[in-house]
Design a protein. Structure first.
Length: 98
């Protein structure tokens, strides 16, 4: 049986001593429920356990945002300057018609 201090947005917070006692079931739960567990020591979060899939998803999101930020800022500047194309102009410009 898993003893929880509290659950918030799919995050469980438990003392590290409790996590040690139930580690095998905790690992299965994290993997199956796609959740995270914050481990506390003396009432303060010291570590977080997440599934590999969840971590991969976070890393992919960070990578995508990091590599898109420059283009987004450039587009925002062009938009402020009125440099934009209508949908019809884009279709005409990039159509495969010769």
């Amino acid at each position: 049986m898993l003893i929880l201090m509290y659950i918030h947005n799919m995050t469980q917070v438990i003392p590290v001593t409790e996590a040690r006692r139930i580690l095998l079931s905790l690992v299965d739960e994290i993997n199956d429920a796609y959740t995270r567990v914050d481990l506390t020591k003396n009432g303060r979060v010291k570590a977080t356990l997440v599934s590999p899939d969840y971590l991969d998803s976070l890393e992919e999101t960070i990578y995508s945002l990091k590599n898109s930020l420059r283009d987004i800022k450039f587009s925002e500047k062009e938009l402020k300057l009125g440099k934009l194309l209508t949908l019809e102009e884009v279709k005409k410009k990039y159509s495969n018609k010769g």
